[in-house]
Design a protein around this ligand. Structure first.
Ligand code: AMP
Ligand code: MG
Length: 423
């Protein structure tokens, strides 16, 4: 089976937004061994969309379309598809009632515009969209199948899992791909790559993919073949990767996050945590509280940007700031210890650094960040030199703090990426 993807939306042709939906769709196709022969982006223009669909239908048996199903006048995917297939659009009262019910669930009534979302292409199957008002459509056209999905990525994701995945699974004849993920924080990509050499040799480089983000290197392994075989292969490969990367792996699974793992370890220990943040301005507290149930271990945080706040709120001696500067080991330590006292927690982590672009000096260049973790067994400190612009330095700093906490909770030693030796 050959597939083509068409992403619809004029914003995708400008610099406003990048088409990311096709990547999510491609992932599903890959998993089921479906060959993707083309993907394209078309603006919200009925004639242009109809032309593009007709062209793709000539070369693929499966056509997956996203976007343009909204209620506004610029959303014309339904009309264009009907035109390309030479079918009529029919107002479906069942779909309209579902839209009304959805609006009623948050105390509103749909606007007259929404009525367009109840238009169904003749002969199409309506695909429920529990995350939004625009339903999707599946259309059989001779040997070909078209899926129309909403453009909102979160809505699309839900429907790919509920509608596309089972459809593909029923047709892939057991020749699917399965993946497993191993996530590491604050590791150099090249170092992870080096550690994986034996696995490349054993299983083939094309089966192992390294994906690097800010302070995060993900390893994805893939196995193909009939189900039992690929499951077994994934087990074997996974065990090897786990052994090679060791405690550097903070979690497994595509959706696992560092804050989630830290939260789980804190619950396991029965410990609480608080944070003191300067250059990250609350980013670390935000990360920690993203996790549902974080009230079980997260006590709170102080954003202490000004020196006065560091002293007044956390009791950092003004003389310490005076002598060493706000971005220094003694101040980071005092912030962590003061925070631990103020919040009465088991752990407290502090971040103070120079995110830039200004404020650097030869002695403390931009990207210099001091982090300290105070706990029952004392206080540890690390100095980092993170690369990149302000946003990246801040993201790295929050990520590093979480990794420091994780390591403390698991008793893992060793240096963290970009950490500078103590002086
Ligand atoms: P639509 O379904 O066309 O009304 O799109 C709804 C929202 O999803 C808009 O904010 C779009 O910018 C966004 N969106 C649509 N298509 C894509 C795409 N291919 N990739 C990422 N975002 C998209
Ligand atoms: Mg649109």
């Amino acid at each position: 089976m050959r597939a083509a993807i068409v992403a619809i939306g004029s914003e995708l042709l400008s610099t406003d937004r990048l088409d990311t939906n096709s990547l999510r769709i491609t992932e599903r196709l890959e998993r089921h061994g479906v060959e993707l022969v083309a993907k394209s982006v078309v603006g919200d223009d009925e004639a242009a969309i109809a032309r593009e669909l007709a062209r793709r239908l000539a070369e693929a048996e499966l056509l997956i379309v996203s976007g343009g199903l909204g209620p506004t006048a610029d959303d014309v995917t339904r009309e264009a598809t009907a035109a390309a297939l030479g079918r009529r659009l029919i107002d479906d009262p069942e779909v309209w009632r579902a839209i009304e019910r959805r609006f009623a669930s948050f105390g509103r009534v749909p606007s007259p515009n929404n009525r367009r979302q109840a238009l169904v292409i003749e002969g199409a199957r309506v695909l429920a969209n529990p995350r939004g008002s625009a339903p999707g459509l599946r259309i059989e056209d001779g040997p070909r199948t078209l899926f129309l999905f909403p453009g909102v990525p979160h809505e699309l994701d839900g429907m790919l899992a509920a509608d596309l995945e089972p459809w593909l699974a029923a047709r892939s004849g057991g020749s699917a791909l399965d993946y497993a993920w191993f996530k590491t924080a604050l590791r150099a990509e090249s170092e992870v790559d080096g550690q994986l050499e034996p696995a490349y040799a054993e299983f083939g480089r094309e089966r192992i993919t390294i994906l690097a983000g800010i302070g995060e290197v993900k390893v994805r392994i893939a196995a193909a073949g009939p189900e039992a075989e690929r499951r077994a292969r994934l087990e074997t490969m996974g065990a090897r990767v786990r052994a090679l990367l060791g405690a550097g792996v903070y979690g497994e699974g595509a959706e696992t996050t560092l804050e989630q793992v830290v939260g789980e370890r804190l619950i396991e220990r029965g410990w609480t945590i608080a944070v003191a943040e300067s250059c990250t301005g609350g980013l670390l507290a935000e990360r920690l509280t993203r996790q549902p149930g974080s009230s079980r271990y997260f006590a709170g945080g102080a954003v202490v940007y000004a020196n006065q706040a560091k002293s007044g709120i956390l009791g950092v001696p003004a003389a310490l700031v005076e002598e060493h500067g706000a971005v220094s080991e003694p101040v980071a330590r005092a912030m962590a210890e003061g925070c631990r006292l103020a919040f009465g927690t088991d752990l407290a982590v502090a971040i103070t650094g120079i995110a830039g672009p200004d404020g650097g000096s030869p002695e403390k260049p931009r990207g210099t960040v001091h982090e300290a973790l105070a706990g029952p067994e004392g206080t540890e400190h690390r100095r980092f030199r993170f690369p990149g612009d302000r946003e990246r330095v801040r993201a790295y700093a929050a990520q590093a703090a979480l990794e420091i906490v994780r390591r403390r909770l698991l008793g893992i030693g060793g240096a963290i990426w970009t950490e500078e030796p103590a002086r």
